[in-house]
Ligand binder design. Structure first.
Ligand SMILES: [Cu+2]
Length: 181
């Protein structure tokens, strides 16, 4: 009897040890938040993008309506589009809908979190805790993994548009921050 208990605790202890380093999924009610990450930023960057995938296994639509991070003054939910060869980003009014049974990807070149007025550069290998806020499910803390800057769709798109990454990440890109009202 007690041997089984000890064995069970040993398995549990092993799982607990493994989880913090390998878990990239975070659960909040019916929502699964997969692999939140950001790219490393150059030294004087004012903004940084955040990416993650949200799956809604529930029967009701939810929305991601906000986020916060200790290293950013505030966080906006943006969409990125290329209009006449100019990359434009603008806040998504009212947040981003996560349909029941659906998956929404916040990714380079598309929807993303925008960490505004960051107080410190994001360095590759860092893990930063951020808080996501959903209209119905509420708030959840997730770990944001900082990955290397090179590679990815947005990176390619910056190049295509003749913008240097440095310029882009220093906030010189053409950005429309007026929310549609
Ligand atoms: Cu943005």
């Amino acid at each position: 009897m007690s041997f089984i208990k000890i064995a069970a605790f040993a398995v549990l202890a092993t799982l607990i040890q493994i989880l913090p380093t390998t878990a990239q999924n975070f659960t909040l009610g019916d929502l699964i938040i997969d692999h939140p990450y950001a790219r490393a930023t150059p030294p004087n960057a004012k903004v940084a993008g955040g990416y993650l995938t949200i799956t809604n296994n529930g029967t009701e639509t939810d929305r991601i309506i906000g986020a916060s991070a200790s290293f950013a003054d505030h966080v906006e939910i943006h969409k990125m589009e290329v209009i006449n060869d100019v990359m434009k980003m603008s806040p998504v009014p009212g947040g981003l809908e996560i349909p029941a049974g659906g998956t929404v990807e916040l990714k380079p070149g598309s929807f993303h979190l925008m960490f505004m007025s960051i107080s410190t550069p994001l360095n590759e290998g860092d893990v930063q805790q951020i808080t996501l806020e959903f209209e119905k499910a509420g708030k959840v803390d997730v770990d944001l993994e900082v990955v290397g800057f090179s590679g990815g769709a947005a990176h390619d798109m910056h190049k295509k548009n003749g913008m240097s990454d440095g310029k882009t990440m220093n906030g010189d890109m053409k950005m429309d921050h007026k929310a549609a009202e």
